[in-house]
Design a protein around this ligand. Structure first.
Ligand SMILES: [Ca+2]
Ligand SMILES: [Ca+2]
Ligand SMILES: [Ca+2]
Length: 211
């Protein structure tokens, strides 16, 4: 993601902390369950189950054809916008505040949408990879943190206590962009992959490995 990848706008993001929470994910195509996270980056469908809002009712997370839906019982709580291409899904306490988060990576046009900062002028048209963090409260999926364009696209993502200090980190496999046309990019499937580790700070995620 690059050392300042997890920064938005003019604000540099740096670190954070977490507690380990188990989430059970069932991946279609595999029998039984696997521990989190799940990744949909390889085009296979992913289903996960967790109770993010702690109301005792499990939500179902379904990533199919790069569209993510979240259901609780018969009710659809959230669906990814049609112009997003969601690649990966992970459930865990990414920001170490004691509640589970939904973390996704996605491809979309522009970094800011309707919330474009006033200091940015001109078109915001780049099509690149992003990392978004959500929390579920009152049946509503709310954005907790959203990256701007990532410096390097994410291939896979796990939320776990990487260094055993009791706080969660994001363990990320990063690739490289390949320009398709103009400001539109995709993952370069022939590029080197590197693993980076990020920890939540009060402003965002800061790189803790490699330093
Ligand atoms: Ca619930
Ligand atoms: Ca959390
Ligand atoms: Ca840790």
């Amino acid at each position: 993601m690059g050392s300042d990848l997890f920064s938005t706008g003019m604000v540099k993001k740096t670190r954070v902390y977490c507690g380990v929470i188990l989430v059970i994910l069932a991946v279609i195509g595999f029998s039984g369950f696997v521990g989190f996270p799940a990744s949909g980056g390889n085009d296979f469908p992913v289903q996960a189950a967790a109770d993010l809002d702690g109301d005792g009712i499990t939500e179902e997370y379904s990533l199919v054809d790069h569209c993510l839906t979240v259901r609780e019982g018969d009710e659809e709580l959230w669906r990814s916008p049609r112009d997003w291409r969601v690649d990966t899904l992970a459930l865990g306490d990414a920001d170490n505040d004691g509640t589970l988060n939904m973390v996704i990576t996605l491809w979309k046009k522009g970094s800011f949408g309707a919330l474009k900062p006033f200091w940015l002028t001109g078109e915001d048209t780049g099509y690149k990879n992003h990392l978004f963090v959500y929390g579920l409260k009152d049946k509503t999926m709310k954005q907790a943190w959203c990256s701007s364009d990532l410096d390097q696209p994410i291939i896979s993502l796990t939320i776990r206590d990487w260094d055993g200090d009791g706080l969660n980190e994001l363990v990320v496999e990063e690739g490289q962009y390949r320009r398709i046309d103009g400001e539109e990019y995709t993952l370069n499937t022939h590029s080197q992959v590197r693993t980076t580790v990020w920890r939540w700070d009060e402003w965002g995620f800061g790189l803790i490995s490699p330093l």
